[in-house]
Design a protein around this ligand. Structure first.
Ligand code: SF4
Length: 780
């Protein structure tokens, strides 16, 4: 638990940030946490099968595994081990637990406490007016939910949220059910992370996915790792970057914080990584200001054009540009006019640093750009992705081995869920294929994404929320508003493995439908089943849980969708829900007939390692209106940070998986016993008139005039980029205004929040202002 002083304020311990990631400490922490959670036998079964060809796909993130013959027998990282054994915990939540803890009490508990209570074991209902969950049978809970769905005035009053844990099979059935019911309201966690990537890539290259493989990363001359923190969020990416380095390639890291994994990696799979100094990763580290990435890539592109002017024919790949692209002229006109004063102001970098990048680019034939939420969760997220594509196309860094785009996804099957149709605006061709297969006409009207879903709940336009996995109220922005929106629902239902705040911040009626985890054995009428997932590099493969389920009363997500669909739709249209539930091969056969590139799904996915989905970009085919890749012109307004404000980015700690902190520590950043901390450059601390370790409130300001406040944060002097601040989510989600979203993608701008710091002792005066919103102190 978090150590606090007797006023309830945290008392964090701070050491200098680490300069390397993984190594022996990672192994020790993984084992320690695993054995705290579960038995030696269960932990061992999980760790021996995680990411193996016939084992469990790690739910920790979407990073791919090497091909089977190159796979290590310990093919996982510290965070994967912690996450899978957190799920395999032997702690159980029983009906007695809910009798002892009213919903109002649970709503005031921390995310960590809720997670620590263990696995959910039977369906529960909170009835209108009651403050307690009580047990309910599966038949009754599904009847109740189906009746409430049927009672809606319109199918569009229902929301079906998905987190990226869902398997391909469950995701395919869920979108089928939602569309047969009559709505495209399929918000998902991707709306809040890589929506900007999909939007930018679809527009420019015709496909919203990454184009690279692990082999491409290994053989690249240069990898730019932008706005990501692999040491914590996708640790085995470091093995790939280690291989890039070993093969003579270079890495440039672009991040406001000096993240340990990007500095040096001690690979725990190798003796040299355990006992040696490890491998230096970043050859150059650009400590960019948050939201400066678009300006950086435009400046790089401008310098490449200048180099081409100086030595025509020696810099740009004219054959690629002439043969495969459009829009080059408008792009060059635009980029040649950038203001260097703006670039330097927005990025916080020097011109020399940017020129050094260009020198590396010019000496590299094969370049990959990897990025994550540091790029996507900002106002210009889509524009930045488009500018990255411009950058790669200038020198033909697409389609060839060792080149390409690499959006690094966080949730394990978030990419697969999209492929299966979890999207509020799937293309008409997909809806037509559903119609051909199942004999009904899916609704053509686009549905609601995550941000619009919150607005609809707030305004009473959506009345029923069904969440498949995830923790919606904690993963989303503007916590106070989102919680009010959720409580505004007539019914909320969560299909979950463990308890989280979304069960307690709930609708008038609330349901908990406990489900199997990734590590649980899934046995249906025809025998034991496996599910499939698609990783960040479009490899589709099996996942096969090995453990006895946490309770005999759990249903798989597939079974829950099938039973709910039968009760809600009453066999119209005629869809073989019973067959789907009893044999997942039947689902995969249907997927093969509906989803492009999944022909012979059942056969191909049974091959060790599964199969890769083709990316047309690698065949120089671009599914854009012109049939060519598109150069774009991306204007950026110089971000005007109000005086006395910093640009806040929200982030995870190392001891955290999505919204769940496992401990109040962040080893790589040197933080112990503290979640309510904010990392700030020492010069900024001084200029703001503050001192290191001072207790402050973070106050975000936005054009709606509302001042959102998160209380009692310790300012920590840290080598962060000037003008920036960094603090943990979900505690700081309260500061992200719902309407502050990325252009086009509607992704919350969690990496670009203007905040000021108010000494905590001034709080009572500030709260007298109208429009002040304060986060609920219990879980904020
Ligand atoms: S890198 Fe990601 S998928 Fe791999 S073991 Fe770690 S958390 Fe799991």
């Amino acid at each position: 638990m978090t150590a606090t002083d007797d006023t309830g304020v945290e008392n964090p311990k701070v050491k200098p940030p680490k300069k390397s990631a993984a190594g022996v400490p990672a192994v020790m922490h993984a084992l320690e946490y695993s054995l705290e959670q579960t038995s030696l036998v269960r932990a061992a079964i999980n760790l021996l099968s995680i990411n193996q060809t016939n084992g469990i796909d790690c739910p920790g993130c979407a990073w791919p595994e090497p091909e089977p013959r190159k796979r290590h027998k310990n093919e996982y990282c510290e965070n994967g081990a912690k996450h899978i054994n957190d799920e395999a915990t032997t702690r159980r939540i029983t009906r007695e637990f809910f009798r002892e803890h009213p919903v109002s009490e649970l709503a005031a508990k921390s995310d960590m406490w809720l997670n620590e209570q263990g696995r959910l074991t039977e369906p529960m209902v909170k009835r209108p007016g009651s403050d307690y969950y009580e047990p309910i049978s599966w038949d009754d809970v599904l009847d109740l939910l189906a009746a409430e769905l049927r009672a809606l005035d319109s199918p569009d009053e229902a929301l079906f949220y998905t987190s990226g844990r869902l398997s391909n099979e469950a995701a395919f059935l869920l979108q089928l059910f939602a569309r047969a019911f009559g709505t495209n309201n399929l918000p998902d966690c991707s709306n809040m992370c890589h929506e900007s990537s999909g939007a930018g890539l679809n527009e420019t290259l015709g496909v919203g996915k990454g184009s690279v493989s692990l082999d491409d990363l290994h053989e690249a001359d240069l990898v730019l790792a932008v706005g990501l923190n692999p040491g914590t969020n996708m640790p085995r990416m470091l093995s790939a970057l280690e291989e890039t380095k070993r093969n003579g390639g270079h890495v440039i890291a672009v991040n406001p914080l000096p993240e340990a994994g990007l500095i040096r990696f001690k690979n725990p799979q190798k003796v040299g990584g355990l006992v040696g100094r490890g491998t230096p990763i970043a050859d150059q580290f650009l400590h960019i200001k948050p939201c400066g990435d678009l300006a950086l890539f435009q400046a790089i592109n401008a310098l490449l054009l200048k180099a081409e002017d100086a030595a025509p024919g020696s810099v740009l790949d004219h054959e690629f540009i002439d043969t495969h692209t459009t829009g080059f002229g408008a792009f060059t006109n635009h980029v040649r006019q950038i203001s260097w004063a703006d670039v330097l102001e927005v990025t916080g970098l020097s011109r020399e640093e940017i020129e050094q990048v260009v020198d590396r680019v010019l000496s590299s034939r094969k370049i990959i750009v990897c990025w994550a939420m540091g790029v996507t969760q900002q106002k210009y997220g889509v524009a930045t992705v488009r500018e990255i594509v411009n950058f790669l196309m200038l020198r033909g860094n697409l389609g060839r081995p060792g080149t390409g785009v690499c959006p690094v996804r966080g949730h394990s099957n978030v990419q697969g869920d999209r492929t299966m149709g979890i999207w509020e605006k799937m293309p008409q061709s997909f809806l037509d294929a559903l119609e051909r297969e199942f004999g009904f006409t899916p609704p053509p009207k686009h549905g609601l994404d995550a941000v619009d879903s919150i607005r609809a709940m707030r305004d009473g336009r959506a009345k029923l929320f069904v969440g498949f996995a995830g923790n919606f109220v904690r993963a989303t922005p503007d916590s106070e508003l989102t919680e009010r929106a959720m409580r505004n629902c007539r019914l909320t239902a969560h299909i979950s493995t463990k308890l989280n705040l979304s069960h307690a911040v709930c609708g008038e009626t609330a349901l908990i439908l406990p489900t199997l985890g990734r590590s649980d054995r899934d046995v249906q009428a025809t025998g034991e089943q496996f599910v499939t997932v698609e990783d960040s590099m479009s490899i589709v493969h099996q996942s096969h849980g090995r453990l006895a389920p946490a309770s005999q009363h759990l249903l798989s997500e597939v079974a829950i969708v099938c039973r709910l669909a039968r009760r809600t739709l009453c066999d119209a249209p005629a869809i073989p829900w019973e067959d789907f539930e009893s044999d997942y091969d039947v689902i995969r056969d249907a997927i093969a007939r509906v989803v492009p590139d999944f022909e012979d799904f059942n056969d191909r996915v049974r091959k060790p390692g599964g199969f890769g989905l083709p990316n047309p970009v690698n065949e120089y085919r671009f599914n854009t209106p012109s049939g060519k890749a598109l150069f774009t012109s991306n204007a950026f307004d110089r971000i005007r940070v109000p005086p006395g404000h910093l640009v806040l980015q929200t982030m995870r700690s190392h001891d955290q998986w999505n919204t769940v902190p496992y401990a109040p520590n962040d080893r790589y950043r040197g933080i112990r016993n503290g979640r309510r901390i904010v990392l700030v450059n020492p010069i900024d601390i001084e200029e703001l008139g503050l001192v290191d370790r001072q207790l402050v409130d973070l106050v975000s300001t936005w054009e709606d005039g509302v001042e959102r406040r998160a209380t009692d944060f310790h300012v920590i002097a840290y080598p962060a980029a000037r003008g920036s601040a960094a603090s943990y989510y979900p505690e700081t989600n309260v500061l992200v205004p719902l309407d502050s979203v990325a252009d086009i993608s509607n992704t919350p701008t969690s990496k670009g929040v203007f905040v000021r710091f108010e000494p905590a002792e001034q709080r009572s005066r500030s709260l007298e202002r109208p429009n002040a919103v304060i986060a609920s102190p219990a879980h904020s």
